[in-house]
Design a protein around this ligand. Structure first.
Ligand SMILES: CC(C)(COP(=O)(O)OP(=O)(O)OC[C@H]1O[C@@H](n2cnc3c(N)ncnc32)[C@H](O)[C@@H]1OP(=O)(O)O)[C@@H](O)C(=O)NCCC(=O)NCCS
Length: 305
């Protein structure tokens, strides 16, 4: 299962999802947009992700789908900036599952994936809330490891339970490498600083040593929160073995398949150390791979095998 953006899901699947939900979704951004056309809804949803209305934080709407993207099962909203409303009411993640798909474990899957997206957008701790009487949502949060904080008044006769998640990057494996969380004993020189984003230590499986780092950083040029820059640092003794390419390919797969990214750019510096992902050349300084290019190449590789 994976999360995809509305643009990636497409109108047909979204209309089918709305028809199956019949308005019974706890996620207002994801339900049938009364009084608006599909195009207007799509435009507003994308705008809310990049340039939110005054006083609101950016919010990313994502749909839960299966590996073949046959249909949509649920929707989650991820808010990665914090204001008083997020802290007091909505929390960082809101979600719902289509009624006929409930009680099959999809809410737990969707929340775990949404927490990954929140982390990749810079959140180290995420607040998730539910109304006291919403037993299904409460079980979902508790099963995913949310740590209960307290219960507060929410509205007349309603109380809100608050839970916090600490989100760490997942460990990603390749044939020769393990991309894992940074540890205190890893040499600081292996970690370049490129701004906000997620960074993994590159551990060489054969020696068990950290030999570099690789990261997906928010793109300083594109304001779109679904754009990233891939950066890589490798210890001099491990260059020339193709490790950078191996790590970069795994991270690109993670970015496109788990984080619903639209594009990943590689700057010259990374290309010099070997992180070459083929893509559209955007001038001398950077090379960008789009989601469509990634999946096209993946299909071609599968067919060639
Ligand atoms: C809350 C909601 C997302 C749960 O979706 P789901 O896909 O049915 O949940 P899952 O199948 O992943 O189950 C998650 C947990 O909740 C439990 N659960 C699910 N439905 C339940 C229900 N009606 N009553 C009690 N527990 C329930 C499951 O048994 C599971 O617990 P476990 O891990 O201890 O086994 C879904 O009911 C929904 O969309 N509700 C309307 C929108 C909403 O309330 N959103 C949350 C706003 S805070």
């Amino acid at each position: 299962m994976k999360l995809i953006l509305p643009e990636q899901a497409g109108e047909e699947k979204i209309r089918d999802f709305w028809a199956r939900c019949k308005g019974r979704m706890g996620n207002p951004g994801a339900v049938w947009p009364k009084g608006r056309t599909y195009e207007e809804w799509l435009r507003d949803t994308a705008a809310h992700r990049m340039r939110p209305p005054e006083g609101k934080v950016p919010s990313m709407l994502l749909f839960l789908t299966d590996g073949d993207e046959t249909k949509l099962y649920g929707a989650a909203s991820v808010r990665w900036e914090t204001n008083a409303r997020v802290l007091e009411r909505s929390g960082h993640i809101g979600y719902g599952i289509a009624p006929e798909e409930r009680r099959k474990g999809y809410a737990k899957t969707q929340l775990r994936l949404a927490l990954g997206v929140a982390r990749s957008l810079g959140l180290e701790r995420a607040l998730v809330t539910c109304l006291e009487e919403n037993g299904a949502s409460r079980r979902t949060i508790e099963s995913c490891g949310g740590v209960y904080e307290d219960t507060r008044e929410w509205g007349p006769g309603e109380r809100l339970r608050r839970y916090w998640f600490t989100v760490a990057p997942p460990t990603l494996e390749t044939t020769r490498l393990r991309l894992r969380e940074r540890r205190a004993e890893d040499a600081p020189g292996l970690f370049g600083k490129r701004g906000s984003g997620e960074v993994w230590a590159i551990e060489e499986k054969a020696s068990g040593r950290a030999v570099g780092s690789v990261g997906l950083y928010r793109d300083p040029i594109q304001s779109d929160p679904t754009a990233r820059v891939l950066g890589c640092v490798l210890s001099e003794t491990r260059r020339g073995r193709g490790y950078e390419k191996e790590a970069a390919a795994r991270l690109a797969a993670y970015g496109f398949e788990a984080l619903a990214l639209e594009n990943i750019s590689i700057v010259n510096e990374a290309e010099e150390c070997g992180c070459t992902l083929e893509g559209t050349a955007n001038g001398p300084a950077r090379r960008t791979v789009t989601r469509d290019e990634y999946f096209l190449r993946r299909r071609e590789n599968v067919e060639a095998e």
